[in-house]
Ligand binder design. Structure first.
Ligand SMILES: *Cc1c(COP(=O)(O)O)cnc(C)c1O
Length: 387
């Protein structure tokens, strides 16, 4: 059988044909009139997505570089910072801090659980000199959504402490009210809900954070946000921008704006619910039971079934790409993404493939059980006009 192929991993995600076509048309010169108005437009549209009046800087890099810049531009050597470490990406914050000679105060959260804000409150009390709190809005490695709004409330009142949110799988998925909730730094990336290829990162910076940056003494060259801001305010970039991706970004932001934030959030809510309920109807347990992210769902593999083999099966037999577990979760879970350019039928298709793979691998399942449940949820949502 020849299969068409589907990408259902939590980044890179599927890129809509209109976005691909927009990038194929031409490559404008970055100092030309073909580019400058477009750059100004995407910078405005990003403010809409980030729900902020602050500048959103665009970097030619993967998301991790923006995470790194959120350390290197704001802290001093030896500074303490509180890190919510509940997965692979939480660990990344701590690693970046250590590389720069800062001191991460780690709040270790069981993988699959959300942080309890009272633990952050306690850490802040015990470390009144902490300069920042680093957290993921959505921890992609476990499929957990952290209560970052509640955590931000604890940080907001403290003069010398900033709230830094990795929202790479949250922006364009669920509500991230940058200004309203007092999120000083918010980081985004192109290859997740923005429906673009990898290669762009975004970072918004509040006044409070810019103030802290004045005392920062960490080394930086390419990722110098102050230099970027100075240039980007003039619709320029400090170095050659990823022009083609920015052309694509203009198109993808147009599509998102047309859909509207509320509808985008609703779509991800419904898609994720169908996947969660579908997996449960297959008899599987979810890793993030209490606080699931609407970006990605992690299913715990049944006894005797290796998650890596499920992923491999889908890729090799059906050309469907889902994700496995990382590090300590390797082999124990598989992850289905619903972040970006997806609709209910993409989810039904993916669930059906998972069912067939599991059955072939010896798991006892009545084919259609998960699909049926997902269909019911999508059907109800569409019938009630909620879809
Ligand atoms: C994808 C992702 C990143 C960025 O990874 P890059 O590979 O550097 O783009 C960071 N944080 C989270 C939560 C992510 O999902």
């Amino acid at each position: 059988m020849r299969f068409k192929g589907h990408l259902v991993a939590p980044g890179p995600t599927e890129v809509p044909p209109d976005v691909l076509l927009s990038m194929a048309k031409s490559v404008p010169h970055h100092r030309s009139d073909d580019f400058i108005p477009l750059f100004e437009k995407v910078r405005e549209d990003l403010k809409w997505l980030f729900q902020t009046k602050n500048d959103v800087l665009i970097l030619a890099s993967s998301g991790t570089a923006a995470m790194e810049s959120a350390v290197s531009n704001f802290l001093k050597r030896g500074d303490k910072a509180i890190v919510v470490r509940g997965g692979k990406f939480g660990e990344r914050w701590a690693e970046i801090l250590s590389v720069y000679g800062c001191v991460p105060v780690n709040i270790d959260v069981e993988w699959g659980k959300a942080v309890d804000p009272s633990l952050v409150e306690k850490a802040l009390k015990e470390n009144p000199d902490a300069k920042a709190v680093y957290i993921q809005a959505s921890e992609t490695s476990t499929g957990v959504k952290h209560p970052f709004k509640e955590v931000a409330e604890l940080v907001r009142e403290r003069d010398g402490t900033i709230m830094v949110v990795d929202a790479i799988t949250a922006l364009g998925v669920f509500d991230v009210q940058t200004d309203e909730w007092g999120l000083d730094i918010v980081v985004g990336g192109s290859q997740k809900a923005l429906m673009l290829p990898p290669g762009l990162a975004f970072i918004s910076v509040s006044e409070k954070a810019w103030k802290l940056s004045e005392t920062s003494d960490l080394p930086r060259y390419y990722l110098d946000l102050k230099k970027e801001k100075k240039n980007q305010l003039k619709a320029q970039t400090a170095y050659t921008p990823a022009v083609s991706l920015i052309v694509g970004l203009s198109k993808s932001l147009e599509m998102l704006k047309e859909e509207g934030l509320e509808n985008i959030f609703k779509r991800h809510r419904i898609l994720s619910k169908g996947v969660r309920e579908g997996l449960k109807a297959m008899g599987l347990k979810l890793l993030a039971e209490d606080s699931p992210s609407e970006a990605v769902t992690a299913a715990i593999c049944p006894e005797g079934i290796d998650g890596q083999k499920v992923v491999k099966y889908l890729r090799e037999k059906f050309k469907i790409i889902i994700a496995g577990g990382q590090d300590r979760l390797k082999g124990k879970i598989f992850r289905i993404a619903h972040i970006g350019y997806y609709d209910p039928f993409d989810m039904i298709l993916t669930l059906s493939a998972v069912e067939m793979a599991l059955k072939d691998m010896g798991y006892e399942i009545s084919l259609g059980s998960g699909v049926k449940r997902a269909m019911e949820i999508y059907w109800e949502a569409m019938r009630d006009g909620k879809g």
